[in-house]
Design a protein around this ligand. Structure first.
Ligand code: SF4
Length: 461
């Protein structure tokens, strides 16, 4: 419960704590720091320095509050001074230092809300409204993964924004989607409504438990006689051919009004056993958030979550939705160091205020695509009409799906380095192709992926 109207100033705080401690008689002055600043966080740690001055005729004690993250920052609270010298004076000043730090630390601990004016508090909430597992975060991008983590052990999570002094509540639906509500009551009501709806649709079935075997059974049927386990190193999903830009260098060609269907995503997960990295591409992938969410939800159901994800976006649509979905998945990625989200920042895309993008605040934001001085182009799609410096041209490569050298057909363990699934379900082994070339050169659709791989194995003899 907050008792302060405004944050404490460092000088005000120093003076207040001084009034609560007994000074040794030798102390001559206690001076608050001249640059009084706001204390806006409760997670500061005290540190101090006690020393004789260079002439050795006085002892000085300085105390600071230090904040290690996000950037190391220390604010001085004040200084104590004595003209007395010798070991007895040094011992008295050391006791004063201990008393000050103990009293100040205890005061903050017993009034945490008076010191926390920025950042976020994330707490798990049980059905009876009691909270547990509270964590404090200074940024949204570190707070959201905590929301997802706490929802694994709690039905609801309270998200409190200290700056706005506002709380909201989250719950996770059975489809794996995160939903936000203004009150705990609204959150609980939505959860109860969802249970009733599910019961009406599937009497006597618990959706989560009952769907999994069904999904696995379907997968077995789809796999047919093939006993091979197929690992796809990089699964590229062209979730949409729509785009909100029309870049001259676009290797895909003109945008098309075509989204990847849920059926295609199901087929991908039925055909592939393990996934290294999933890359969402397009078109502009953020225009089909439903497909991205559906992929992750279904991958969980099938027990086939990828080890990492990557998405490059032009930054013009659904960026918060994209950030939230990726944050939701990030804690469960086995290879977090390979996760990335990148903004297409280069001379070809419309200039915009990329620095304001929420994506730039994510710990896995990647600037690997930022090449402001131009980069190599593939003469396909619209880029085929450009005059490209041969030095900067990448020659188009084959559409064939190939087995990686890590495959061991005798053991039935196969690896395909790249599988590109187009929005209409056609597949290739190359992610850098125009829509026209995919149409012309793709030999299979996703439902024939296992058959295509088996054929490759039989050709190997
Ligand atoms: S390069 Fe990307 S953003 Fe530009 S038109 Fe092509 S798909 Fe759209």
């Amino acid at each position: 419960m907050r008792t302060q109207q405004n944050p404490y100033m460092t000088g005000e705080f120093f003076t207040m704590i001084c009034k609560q401690i007994e000074f040794p008689k030798i102390v001559e002055t206690s001076v608050p720091d001249a640059k009084s600043r706001l204390i806006t966080r409760a997670d500061g740690v005290f540190y101090s320095r006690i020393d004789q001055n260079w002439a050795g005729d006085s002892i000085r004690l300085d105390v600071w509050l230090e904040y290690p993250a996000p950037k190391n920052r220390a604010v001085r609270l004040g200084t104590f001074l004595t003209r007395d010298r010798g070991p007895h004076a040094m011992r008295d000043m050391a006791r004063l230092m201990a008393d000050f730090m103990y009293t100040a630390g205890r005061f903050i601990k017993t009034h945490p809300e008076d010191f926390q004016w920025e950042g976020y508090r994330v707490s798990g909430i049980a059905e009876d409204g009691t909270s547990s597992g509270t964590v404090y975060c200074d940024r949204v991008c570190t707070a959201m993964p905590q929301v997802v983590k706490l929802l694994k052990t709690n039905p609801y999570v309270q998200f409190f924004d200290y700056k706005e002094q506002e709380a909201c509540y989250f719950r996770m639906g059975t489809n794996g989607m995160l939903s936000e509500y203004g009150t705990l009551e609204a959150c609980q009501k939505a959860a109860q409504d969802a249970i009733r709806e599910n019961e009406a649709k599937n009497p006597a079935e618990s959706p989560e438990e009952e769907c999994r075997p069904e999904a696995e059974e379907t997968a077995k049927e789809e796999k047919g006689d093939s006993m091979n386990e197929i690992f796809v190193g990089n699964l590229c999903l062209e979730v949409t051919r729509r785009c909100n830009m029309g870049c001259a260098h676009c290797l895909r060609g003109n945008a098309e009004d075509l989204d990847m269907s849920r059926e295609t995503i199901d087929q991908v997960l039925e055909q592939v056993d393990m996934i290294g990295q999933v890359t969402f591409t397009g078109g502009e992938p953020s225009l089909n958030m439903d497909a991205i969410r559906y992929f992750f939800a279904q991958a969980r159901r099938y027990g086939k979550l990828p080890r990492s994800f990557f998405v490059a976006t032009n930054g013009k649509a659904n960026q918060e939705e994209l950030a939230i979905e990726l944050l939701k998945q990030y804690p469960d990625m086995e290879e977090q160091e390979f996760c990335g989200v990148a903004l297409s920042i280069d001379e070809w895309h419309d200039p915009q205020d990329y620095d304001r993008s929420i994506l730039k605040g994510l710990s896995f934001y990647s600037d690997c695509k930022e090449k402001p001085d131009g980069y190599s182009l593939i003469p396909e799609g619209r880029a085929a009409k450009l005059v490209i410096d041969p030095e900067k041209m990448i020659r188009p490569t084959s559409a064939h799906i190939v087995l990686s050298g890590n495959s061991d057909p005798d053991a039935g363990a196969l690896e395909v380095e790249m599988l590109y699934v187009a929005a209409d379900g056609k597949i290739t082994g190359n992610c850098d192709m125009s829509y026209a070339r995919i149409e012309k050169e793709a030999e299979y659709t996703i439902s024939g992926f296992r058959a295509a791989v088996d054929k490759l194995v039989s050709e190997l003899g």
